[in-house]
Design a protein around this ligand. Structure first.
Ligand code: PRX
Length: 691
């Protein structure tokens, strides 16, 4: 068997052929999709007035211009930033049609800027250096820290100088594997200052996954911390990094330098594993650096960062974003969707290991001169009141989280919410998965006391910024609908044949033309980029999601229609979990599907065929789950392991996932036509073995 490392590294070639999506996946039976048939009454938030947009008509006019004259529309907005060199008059071009040649996107071509300069220096130079940039709240109740814009700029410059001192240059990749300390966004901003691409790897990924990502982009430098406390659990991050670096070495790629921040609350210097020569302490290296670091002026289309994300097949994809368009769109969506003013205290609960932590914890809020809360801990530690204690403590104005957290807090009881003062809250946001109307209503009524509009923002790692979202106070909200497209998002819905559907209906969610923060490529694999996003429906970017459009033009996202599952807002490829399960010596074959989960949105359901002669025991089951935790990370651990002496396959050997999904969701009365199965008897056996 090939090792996982090869699966997630760059060393093995995958066949990723993309046929049209399986139409059966379009019928998603989540609560949100059911209500989409008959839109419920809108919740009008008349008490909230958007500070920039005065009316729906104003939005309509701006939206129309953003689609008809994208270059003019975004040029006007681009002027709000510092550009060392102005872009060309004709700065935008793109091709979304594989039949017309290579897919490409260009925005602000000819311009030169630097996103860190715009996030930090610009505000400090305008005399706002003393304003709070990050409010850091530790895992434990008694630990917090505040950093002004000037302090963050100084630290970013020190790290930037250090990166240069160890040989990092423009265009190099730097891997960051760290918990939510201020040092994480600081390290990202330092990379961007010198033109290095940051590749942040969520610190819940395993050593194998980290190694695959390091090797794929050849990051010679890794930034990490000794460890972290997550609730009452200690995680030895440096140990995981060491394992990852050993795996890299075995594959022939060696990391030169590892910068380690001592998070002594979890693991102190003395108990942190160490490799002389390669490892350096942040505290020894960074404070001695100068607080002046020249800015690397970047062409608009120079890469800004890589972020690996799961696809329906093969290894995780290194999604690449570039500088100019990303900067402008991150800032603009943050400004309009969160109605953000400089100085607003804003809290996004996402980790910087995901795209939300990039765009809406780091770049978006800082570009707007806001104060961004950085929370190290978990939202229910020490009690389920923690989020609302933080809201009360810092007087948070905009709060942004995932539906899974809302559902879990709803289940803990209203008293944890109502015991804290939430009068500072003005806007509540959600992201990552469809929100069911019940959770929406609880969020609106209990958390927001009925006065805060909810922005249900639809977007992806690939879009880098919101593409469909309510604008608070500008139009009525429907619980469970992300509502209308953001400026510049040319949303289209298509049928199986790729024909655009106008008016109300149901179809595949696509985008018809380039927006400034479009994914530019998959790192090192432009073919895969074209095949994944642009080949399924010619002339469109395909999101992988299904959706409905109602009579008011509102969009209802029904979920992924490919083999990607969304667990607690974390995107996981079924192929990755299958590959991990197959690492277990007793596993002959595995097939993974998603199923509806009351808290997590979707859970992971794994069918496993054991090696001949192996008995399915509790130990084997636990071992299989453990293997996935080790291969990918704890967040990808299957919820259900279903013994499968045989899998339902067609005569050509293709697994019929439709059948597996129906069994997982206990809808075996709706299996549909199974006459094309090579052995229809396997279905009966599976039903008998239901765990
Ligand atoms: O299925 C959609 C879901 O999350 C996917 C993107 O995942 P990722 O790239 O990890 O980015 C998550 C943060 C943007 C989408 O394809 N998704 C995201 N937002 C929503 C959503 N589904 C429904 N409603 C949303 N608001």
């Amino acid at each position: 068997k090939p090792s996982t490392f090869y699966r997630c590294g760059s060393l093995r070639n995958f066949a990723y052929t993309w046929g049209p999506p399986d139409p059966s996946t379009l019928k998603v039976t989540s609560a949100a999709s059911q209500v989409a048939h008959a839109p419920p009454p809108m919740v009008l938030q008349e008490n909230y007035k958007h500070s920039l947009l005065k009316s729906r008509e104003q939005y309509d006019a701006m939206y129309k211009r953003s689609i008809e004259d994208p270059q003019g529309f975004w040029s006007d907005i681009g002027k709000e930033f510092h550009w060392e060199k102005k872009w060309h008059a004709d700065h935008h071009s793109y091709n979304f049609d594989v039949r017309q040649g290579p897919i490409q996107n260009q925005w602000f071509k000819g311009g030169q800027t630097n996103i860190t300069y715009n996030c930090l220096d610009r505000h400090v130079e305008a005399g706002r250096g003393d304003q709070i940039c990050f409010l850091w709240e530790g895992n434990d109740l008694d630990r917090d820290r505040r950093m002004t814009y000037k302090e963050v700029l100084d630290e970013v410059c020190r790290v930037a100088n250090w990166l240069r001192s160890v040989g990092v240059k423009k265009g190099d990749a730097v891997a960051i594997y760290a918990p939510m300390l201020c040092e994480l966004p600081i390290a990202m901003l330092a990379c961007a200052r010198i033109g290095a691409m940051h590749s942040v790897v969520f610190a819940g990924f395993s050593a194998d996954s980290l190694a695959g990502r390091i090797v794929d982009c050849k990051s010679r430098v890794v930034i990490t911390t000794s460890g972290v406390m997550r609730g009452s659990k200690k995680v030895e991050l440096k140990k995981i990094v060491d394992n990852a670096l050993n795996i890299c070495k075995k594959s022939g790629f060696e990391v030169d330098t590892c910068l380690v921040y001592e998070n002594d609350n979890a693991i102190d210097k003395a108990s942190c594993p160490w490799t002389e020569g390669r490892d350096r302490w942040w505290h020894d290296e960074i404070p001695k650096q100068s607080t002046e670091a020249a800015v690397e002026w970047m062409d608009s289309e120079d890469p800004l960062f890589l972020l690996y994300t799961s696809g329906s097949t093969g290894k995780p994809k290194g999604v690449m974003h570039t500088t100019g368009g990303y900067m402008v769109m991150a800032a603009t969506t943050t400004k309009y969707v969160f109605d953000m003013q400089p100085g607003d205290v804003y809290w996004c609960t996402a980790d910087c290991g995901w795209i939300t932590g990039h765009t809406y914890l780091t770049y978006g809020p800082l570009l707007n001169g806001a104060t961004s809360v950085v929370f190290e801990g978990t939202p229910t530690y020490p009690t389920p009141a923690r989020c609302w204690q933080i809201v009360e403590k810092y007087k948070v104005k905009q709060f942004y989280t995932a539906p899974t957290l809302i559902r879990s807090l709803e289940g803990s009881g209203d008293q944890h919410v109502t015991s804290q003062d939430r009068s500072s809250l003005r806007i509540l946001g959600t992201v990552g998965e469809p929100i069911n109307p019940q959770a929406w209503n609880w969020y609106h009524k209990v958390v927001g006391e009925g006065r805060c509009p909810i922005v249900d923002t639809w977007w992806q790692t690939e879009t880098a910024a919101h593409l469909i979202s309510p604008l608070p106070g500008v139009w009525g909200q429907k619980p469970g609908s992300a509502s209308l497209p953001f400026f510049g998002a040319h949303i289209a819905m298509v049928d199986e044949k790729g024909q655009e559907i106008e008016g109300p209906g149901e179809g595949y969610l696509c985008v018809k033309s380039s927006w400034p923060s479009t994914i530019r490529t998959i790192y090192g694999d432009h073919d895969r980029y074209e095949t994944t996003y642009f080949a399924p429906f010619k002339g469109f970017y395909f999101s992988g999601d299904g959706c409905r459009r109602d009579a008011d033009g509102y969009y209802w996202i029904t979920g992924r229609v490919d083999d990607v599952i969304n667990v607690s807002g974390h995107r996981i490829g079924t192929a990755e979990v299958e590959g991990a399960l197959e690492e277990h010596p007793a596993c002959a074959e595995a097939a993974v599907v998603g199923f509806e989960h009351p808290i997590k949105g979707q859970g992971i359901y794994a069918y496993v065929t054991l090696m001949q002669g192996t008995e399915f025991t509790e130990d084997i089951r636990k071992g299989l789950v453990m293997t996935v935790r080790e291969q990918i990370g704890a967040f990808a651990a299957p919820d259900v392991i279903h013994e499968a002496p045989g899998l339902p396959k067609t005569r050509s050997g293709k697994i019929m996932r439709r059948v597996l999904r129906k069994i997982a969701s206990k809808e075996e009365d709706q299996l549909g036509d199974i006459s094309t199965l090579a052995d229809p008897g396997v279905v009966e056996t599976l039903l008998k073995l239901r765990p």
